[in-house]
Design a binder for this molecule. Structure first.
Ligand code: NDP
Length: 240
């Protein structure tokens, strides 16, 4: 069987790094995109190309994907996973944090989708996997701007699915609950970050990056004629 090329944004840690490792071990070609190229290089994966890319920069995303295609052929799947979660109360949060989340979590996903869709539609095959969150369907305290960006991911995925379904292109949204990654380390508000850590401990810990990676790959590896539109995965003890 011909090896397929999967592009993963935010592959330097968390879910992205786990998906990259598993797919590389399974023999897929992988193109790994993130800003910390040293981390991507250190993963030392087989069948992989690494690219220093900020997903907020459309040109960088497009260039990396074109270079990966020159080496490995057409993209079969893109996992738009790169994201940041900067929590806080809206009235006092630094607007720079909203800007960064909007640019990364929304525009980054649009950049990734647009870079691969024309070719997928022409070839009548392909899969887009957008990583949202339970916070893309429900609201939580301190999450206003983050929720807004993840609700947007659902709106984008559902709209684009409608557009590309006749061309046999799948659009899948994965919505994780709390998982153990670097994500919360970027929260600048100590009180909010510590609250989150206390809550995680109170439920006896959360799911692993591998748990989420396995669910992403499960949805991807179903036949092309089957589209898991939305998949939610959370710790069993997470109530909200
Ligand atoms: P991590 O912080 O471990 O990983 C985030 C990844 O995104 C890193 O590889 C980071 O790489 C990359 N990234 C961030 N900003 C950019 C950018 N501008 N350009 C390119 N890459 C970028 O967190 P997770 O693995 O948890 O997060 C992955 C996704 O899952 C995110 O979209 C997040 O919102 C979502 N999510 C996470 C949950 C959790 O509990 N962990 C729950 C629900 C959803 P680098 O810094 O090298 O650029």
């Amino acid at each position: 069987m011909k090896k397929k090329l999967v592009v993963i944004t935010g592959a330097s840690s968390g879910f992205g790094a786990e998906v990259a490792k598993i797919l590389s071990n399974k023999g897929y070609y992988v193109a790994l995109l993130a800003r910390r190229i040293d981390k991507l290089t250190a993963m030392n994966l087989d069948n992989a190309l690494v690219f220093e890319v900020d997903v907020t920069c459309r040109e960088q995303v497009f260039n990396a994907i074109r270079q990966a295609e020159e080496k490995f052929g057409d993209v079969d799947c893109i996992i738009n996973n790169a994201g940041i979660m900067l929590l806080g109360e809206l009235d006092c949060q630094n607007p720079d944090e909203w800007d960064r989340m909007i640019d990364t979590n929304i525009k980054g996903v649009i950049n990734g989708m647009q870079a691969v869709l024309p070719s997928m539609r022409k070839r009548k095959t392909g899969t887009i996997i957008n990583i949202s969150s339970l916070a893309g369907q429900k609201t939580y305290q301190y999450h206003a701007a983050y929720c807004a960006t993840k609700f947007a991911v659902h709106g984008l995925s559902d709209s684009v699915r409608w557009e590309v379904a006749p061309d046999n292109v799948r659009v899948i949204t994965i919505s994780p609950g709390a998982a153990e990654t670097e994500l919360i380390s970027h929260i600048s508000n100590d009180l909010v970050r510590n609250d989150y850590i206390d809550w995680k401990n109170s439920i006896g810990g959360v799911i692993s990056a591998k748990d989420v990676a396995d669910s992403i790959i499960f949805a991807y590896e179903l036949p092309q004629s089957v589209c898991v539109r939305d998949l939610k995965i959370a710790p069993t003890k997470q109530q909200n």
